[in-house]
Design a protein around this ligand. Structure first.
Ligand code: FEO
Length: 399
């Protein structure tokens, strides 16, 4: 049965939720599910913004037909061709063969790469600033390359001041009946998944997100309709402000993220002593075992905190496998502007400290604080080094 949500008097949410997906994009666990948002504008012309993932295609198609109530679909605006939003294009065309696909040139290429769409289907190729008038509404297309793929565009309705923002301002987590962020306790219940979504999916593309901010800064925006997560109609700064920080690679908070890889608990012991000393100095510290906590959670935490400590045992003459994978992921996500300290462990030839440093040196704006090298386990002389490292971090916090 259909399950649509009214957003305004003539805009409907016709998307669908997936709560059974194990791994989004095959990489990211989504314990709270994910929503695939599609929006139906009922103007003189009818306009659908994007489709959904194939897993929820049937519910979406029911919702679409319920929303149209027998009207034909005039336009399908394709803002992003990644298949979590485009898998149902052919199904929509099959039901509405007179529909016009509205997309940019790059999107047209991607559509033909991914799908077998009848060449006779009507298309309207749009470019930066083009406007589609659908009756009372004027849809302006704004290119947003690499937020998150190169063909991405967003759509600004000049009449209603709504921004259809594609992946931007989205979140992991299925919609559980509510559609607006202000209906729920977003900060308490959903913000961490919004952060995990942004940092892992779009985090690498901070400059491109900033470029989109520049293009849209003069617009009056009363509502944001993203392709995942809640619609924003109040307190838009609650989501815009963190995006401004994350895309500039500025931390949300001062505090130390300690990520460690420990085979027999001795490297963990060093990390824990450091965390304890930091709290004693009134500095917030969080700890993650990189072999236990999924990388996407640690990437998300990295965008939150100002200081990092990476602690790794030496393994096969290198960095421990899960730590190496994490650092590689972090570097790929373009993390910048952080202070970093390192703890290495090695029973006969420690190399992990030097190698971790080499990996992190690829990131912009990384400042290295002190480091500690342990032989097998923490002994009194190493306790003194951990205390000295604590002092270095405290000094950095207060300088
Ligand atoms: Fe939600 Fe980049 O797709």
């Amino acid at each position: 049965m259909h399950c649509i949500k009214q957003i305004t008097n003539n805009l409907l949410w016709v998307g669908a939720n997936d709560r059974r997906l194990a791994m989004f994009e095959g990489v990211y666990s989504v314990p709270d599910g994910v929503s695939y948002n599609a929006y139906l504008l009922l103007d003189e012309k009818t306009v659908l913004f994007d489709t959904v993932d194939k897993a929820v295609r049937d519910r979406f198609l029911e919702n679409l037909e319920e929303g149209l109530k027998g009207r034909p679909l005039d336009y399908l605006v394709l803002q992003h061709i990644e298949p979590d939003h485009s898998a149902a294009i052919a199904d929509v065309i099959a039901r509405h063969p007179g529909v016009t696909l509205v997309m940019n040139r790059k999107s047209a290429d991607f559509v033909s790469q991914f799908f077998n769409i009848d060449n006779n289907i009507k298309t309207k190729i749009v470019a930066e600033g083009d406007i589609l008038t659908t009756g009372a509404h004027k849809l302006k297309f704004i290119m947003a390359p690499m937020v998150h793929w190169p063909e991405v565009m967003v759509t600004y309705d000049e009449a209603s001041h709504m921004l259809f923002s594609a992946d931007a301002f989205g979140s992991f987590g299925a919609l559980n009946g509510a559609i607006f962020a202000d209906e729920v306790d977003f900060k308490a219940d959903y913000f961490s998944e919004a952060r995990r979504y942004y940092t892992n999916i779009v985090g690498k593309y901070g400059p491109q997100v900033q470029a989109l901010f520049k293009k849209t800064e003069s617009l009056i925006i009363d509502m944001i309709c993203p392709l995942h997560g809640f619609v924003w109609r109040k307190n838009l700064q609650e989501i815009i402000n963190p995006y401004a920080l994350w895309s500039a690679y500025q931390p949300e908070e001062k505090g130390v993220m300690i990520a460690y890889a420990s085979v027999y608990g001795n490297t963990e012991n060093a990390a824990e002593i450091l965390a304890s000393r930091l709290w004693d100095a009134d500095i917030k510290a969080v700890m993650y075992d990189v072999s236990v906590t999924p990388a996407s959670d640690i990437i998300s935490a990295a965008f939150r905190w100002s200081h990092f400590v990476f602690a790794s045992t030496t393994y096969n003459a290198g960095i421990f496998v899960t730590m190496e994978a994490l650092l590689s992921d972090l570097v790929a996500h373009n993390i910048q502007n952080r202070a970093v300290a390192l703890i290495e462990n090695g029973s006969w030839h420690a190399t992990s400290g030097k190698l971790m440093r080499q990996m992190l040196e690829k990131c912009k704006g990384i400042r290295f604080l002190g480091d500690v090298s342990i032989k097998s386990a923490v002994k009194p002389d190493k306790l003194a080094e951990i205390n000295a490292l604590t002092a270095d971090i405290v000094k950095d916090f207060t300088s």
